[in-house]
Write a protein that binds this ligand. Structure first.
Ligand SMILES: [Zn+2]
Length: 472
């Protein structure tokens, strides 16, 4: 399997072989999370929800069904989503008097309730989240994990007393996502989307675009300041300290769990298979006995001791005592991305040591058995660092400065992300898309970048440095 020769096939094969997702479910755009995929998803959710709870967000679960009436309350929102909603129209053979829809996102499920719950300034801020499936009838070609009609995400929704507080919340949300993504070793651009590409109903949107080996960026998270757009539509008001009725200011943000898994596979995986950050690996350490003539029993016993030692140190550990050859076992667990393999052979037995092999560069070293847990922990930190550094340097290599349209076309054609100067006009944005096939993803918010040149299309003064790429 060659990741950089045929990414699409490499990715699809790996999803099946490493038991992440089975895309053969008989409804297009719907797929099964198999054991490995489901376990990874749960670990990611755990990491994210911990951070959300630490920052005062509380979990809730809202219904999957939304009434047509509430869905239609915010004009921009409905325009943005109406063509991709799944309608619920019948109960048995009877046509429903009022049709409902499956949530494509939960603003219109939650905000009618917000207007019931919020009365005074003391009820604010309200910060809630849920990790659920949402439903969108994607018309573009569906791809497992990357573009599904049912996909797993975490969405958070907040309400505040003022624009300033909502702005602070946007920053907090970006910080939370940034920390979780960084802990997973991912790299990406944090971009403010151009106005024509913001979330339907938002004042503005900020998105995390992760790189992908095929040059198409993968939006793994978004953060929106909704202003008063929804609070006016849903009449969510509070009484301020002076007794005045005011509209709340809202934010919402979405963390694409399935897309984050896709990014982890795509950025860290290699021609041997998955490479998983230790924190989310369903199995962190696999012990592999290497039988040797006349020492079979001793090695088996010693391997068990090694296994016990590592398990009792708290690592998620397996011992592979199947009939496969050691080589086959290596190959198998490498494909599943297990971060550390512990090999136990005759020499290890004799010296009371183990041989540790890490998954990123498949480098080996030996350590005394007593020190194995500490050495494994050390290797975990090194793996995280290696993954992060490798991913960052790939993103740098993938990003090309394009001064003119020819350079831009070439960049997109060769699967790169182009950094270009843009005047801000929509006509120039459209030309960029038509000429290059890539789209303006936005400008960076983590650093300030001043345009070095004029607009790549019209040659007039550039407003922003923007990033152009194809996208999932
Ligand atoms: Zn222009």
């Amino acid at each position: 399997m060659k990741k950089y020769e045929n990414f699409s096939k490499w990715f699809d094969d790996l999803l099946l072989n490493a038991e992440i997702m089975d895309n053969r479910y008989p409804i297009k755009g719907f797929a099964v999370y198999k054991e490995w995929g489901a376990k990874i998803a749960r670990k990611i959710i755990e990491m994210l929800e911990k951070k959300l709870e630490e920052t005062g967000h509380v979990p809730m679960f809202f219904p999957v069904a939304i009434s047509e009436e509430t869905f239609k309350k915010e004009a921009e929102h409905i325009k943005g989503f109406t063509s991709e909603v799944f309608w619920i129209t019948h109960a048995g053979d009877r046509k429903l008097k009022k049709r409902m829809l499956l949530r494509p996102t939960s603003e219109t499920a939650m905000y009618p309730m917000f207007s019931q719950w919020i009365r005074s300034h003391a009820d604010l801020p309200l910060k809630i989240f849920q990790s659920v499936f949402v439903y969108r009838y994607e018309t573009k070609a569906t791809r497992p994990l990357l573009r599904m009609r049912e996909f797993l995400w975490n969405e958070a929704h907040t309400a505040h007393r003022s624009w300033e507080e909502a702005e602070e919340q946007v920053k907090e949300a970006i910080g939370i996502y940034d920390e979780v993504f960084k802990n997973l070793g991912l790299s990406y651009y944090i971009l403010r989307r151009p106005d024509f590409d913001k979330f339907a109903g938002a004042d503005y949107s900020i998105a995390f675009d992760a790189w992908n080996p095929d040059g198409r960026v993968n939006q793994i998270g978004t953060v929106h300041n909704l202003g008063e757009n929804f609070s006016r539509a849903f009449n969510i008001t509070y009484e301020d300290i002076g007794g005045m009725q005011r509209y709340v200011v809202q934010t919402c943000y979405g963390f694409g769990i399935s897309r984050v898994i896709a990014a982890i596979i795509a950025q860290h995986g290699d021609d041997h298979g998955l490479v998983l950050p230790p924190e989310i690996a369903p199995v962190q350490v696999v012990v592999i006995p290497i039988p040797y003539k006349n020492l079979e029993d001793e090695i088996e016993k010693y391997s068990r001791r090694v296994y016990e030692k590592i398990v009792s140190a708290g690592f998620r550990t397996r011992i592979d005592e199947t009939d496969r050859t050691p080589g086959e076992k290596y190959y198998y667990w490498e494909m599943f991305g297990v971060p550390i393999r512990v090999e136990v052979g005759p020499r290890d037995l004799k010296e009371n040591q183990v041989t540790i092999c890490e998954r990123v560069n498949l480098e080996r070293r030996t350590v005394p058995l007593e020190e194995a847990p500490r050495a494994i922990m050390e290797e975990f930190r090194k793996i995280e660092k290696k993954l992060r550094e490798r991913s960052i340097s790939t993103l740098k290599e993938m990003t090309i400065n394009a001064r003119d349209i020819e350079a831009l076309k070439e960049a997109i054609k060769s699967k790169k992300i182009a950094r270009v100067c843009w005047c801000g006009k929509i006509e120039c944005a459209e030309r960029i898309r038509e000429e290059s096939g890539g789209e303006i993803r936005g400008y960076r918010v983590d650093i300030e970048e001043n345009p070095e040149y004029t607009c790549i299309i019209c040659g007039k003064k550039a407003e922003k440095v923007v990033y152009v790429a194809k996208a999932y």
